[in-house]
Design a protein around this ligand. Structure first.
Ligand code: GLU
Length: 488
């Protein structure tokens, strides 16, 4: 029987969920989905100074927004909890007690000053600077005497000296071998009684029965040490799969310098969860080397570790924006209005009641605007003139160029009399065919005529399609806008 698949995402809540972390979470999630495994969320808040509950809350909310829900973890519970490291202290002590009993660890009484001194000498002599194991062979009596005297001490892992190297097969990077001479008997419990990171990660992964450790390659160098902890605990190794880092367009590690890196910023800017999900999936994994647009279902039915690339992926904001537009175009009018609503509310352009009462009006905006935006946060600026009633704010330059001219005045007058006609039914086609007679009638170029009307209606030389806009704004408001500018 094959072993149960249990994977975990283990963020440190020292900041919000960033693109790299989200990609790690997604790969773990997709792997569990594909194989019917369990996806666990574990909060690694051992760095008490930099970890905050706000960051944890934000990580949780970003994961949910991306649809990366977990089977075990905060809010969900599970049989292997607690799922927050700061609540697991008794478990770390318990495992340490076992390691003491099996003599896999030993206390070290060397002072930081002494260790520093030794390190400096080793550095000067170009020798390995790791711990020289001087406390490893203290006699029981010596240990007892020092302990009774209350001498501060740490606990170190007793590495097997007979061994030559630590070898493992990384599912992405292939076989890795690190000579034991590069490892020392590292500390697992500090003088102040707090356990170290490399120790607690292993205790958690062993106790939570993690089968696959899929994480960023910044942890590749920790892996040999962690393997030593697994072995000391007598636990089987999980499969390790390290993910290459994500780079910015300049080839440097993705950071704030490259623009937004946190998932919540993308959410606020109006990226769609499905689009970001699709884009993240491609940052290091591919279905067949060419397919770009993929639903969650397609990704989860095909996700496998052997198609993860060990070459670093480059984060391309333009490609993400393009992909978001594709998803916006595919989502349909009703879903668009629902996604747009929070932006309408926060800019005070409409209330929920107005949106509900005029659902089809709001839906008609969708085909006009969707070709012209990449994110939802760009919508309001493009459409606010449709919602401003009898008044529209005029862009100064557009006004000067198109309205305050002799031709402009003539266009506005002629336009007013055409549109006030009671016979004219107020829809895009009729408005267009009425106005199309104007250039000839006035002996002016169509461009001059329609730019003038566009500025009077939208306040600007650039707007959504003119006749459709006029239908949506309504007859009364259009006439009021034209009258207002023509009487100036
Ligand atoms: N807490 C670690 C981090 O945020 C992850 C550790 C792991 O996945 O093993 O980088």
């Amino acid at each position: 029987m094959s072993k149960e698949i249990r994977v975990r995402f283990a963020p440190s809540p020292t900041g919000f969920l960033h693109i790299g972390g989200a990609r790690t979470a997604l790969y773990n999630w997709a792997y569990a989905q594909r194989l019917g495994g369990t996806f666990i969320l574990r909060i690694e808040d051992t760095d008490q100074e930099r970890s905050t509950p706000e960051n944890t809350a934000q990580i949780v909310s970003s994961l949910k927004w991306l649809g990366l829900t977990w089977d075990e973890g905060p809010e969900m519970g599970g049989a292997f909890g607690p799922y927050i490291q700061s609540e697991r202290a008794p478990l770390y002590s318990e495992v340490l007690e076992q390691l003491k009993q099996t003599q896999k660890v030993y206390p070290c009484f060397c002072t930081p000053e002494l260790l520093n001194e030794k390190r400096e000498i080793a550095q000067a002599e170009k020798r390995y600077t790791g711990y020289d194991r001087s406390c490893r062979d203290l006699s029981e009596a010596e240990v007892e005497q020092l302990t009774l005297a209350g001498t501060p001490h740490v606990w170190r892992l007793k590495l097997p000296l007979e061994r030559e190297s630590v070898d493992f097969e990384d599912a992405v990077f292939g076989p890795i071998s690190v000579p034991m001479s590069q490892l020392d008997d590292f500390i697992i419990l500090r003088t102040d009684g707090t356990p170290t990171y490399n120790y607690v990660v292993c205790v958690d992964d062993v106790l939570m029965q993690i089968s696959h450790v899929i994480r960023g390659d910044d942890h590749l160098s920790n892996t040999p040490k962690q393997i030593m902890v697994y072995e000391a605990m007598g636990a089987p190794l999980p499969v390790f799969a390290h993910l290459s880092m994500i780079l910015g367009s300049d080839g440097k590690r993705l950071s704030k310098r490259h623009g937004a890196t946190s998932v919540d910023t993308y959410e606020q800017e109006g990226f769609l969860s499905d689009a970001l999900f699709n884009y993240l999936a491609l940052l290091g994994w591919s279905l067949d080397g060419q397919t770009t647009l993929m639903s969650r279902e397609l990704i989860t039915t095909h996700f496998s570790l052997d198609r993860i690339s060990k070459n670093p992926a480059v984060f391309d904001p333009e490609k993400l924006a393009w992909m978001n537009q594709v998803y916006l175009k595919e989502m349909g009018a009703a879903a668009f209005v629902a996604a747009w609503e929070p932006y309408l509310l926060s800019d005070g352009l409409a209330t929920s009641e107005e949106i509900a009462n005029r659902q089809s009006w709001f839906e008609s905006v969708y085909p006009l605007v969707v070709e012209r935006i990449h994110t939802l946060s760009e919508v309001n600026e493009k459409v606010s003139y449709l919602l401003s009633g009898n008044y529209v704010e005029l862009d100064e330059k557009s006004q000067e160029k198109c309205l305050q001219t002799e031709e402009g005045g003539r266009v506005l007058q002629a336009c007013l009399s055409l549109l006030s006609n009671q016979e004219l039914s107020w829809n895009t086609a009729s408005i267009e065919s009425a106005l199309r007679t104007l250039p000839e009638q006035l002996g002016l170029k169509p461009k001059v005529v329609f730019q003038t009307i566009r500025v009077a209606i939208s306040g600007n030389m650039v707007s959504l399609p003119l006749f459709e806009s006029m239908e949506l704004i309504g007859k009364e408001a259009c006439l009021a806008r034209i009258e207002r500018v023509s009487s100036r």
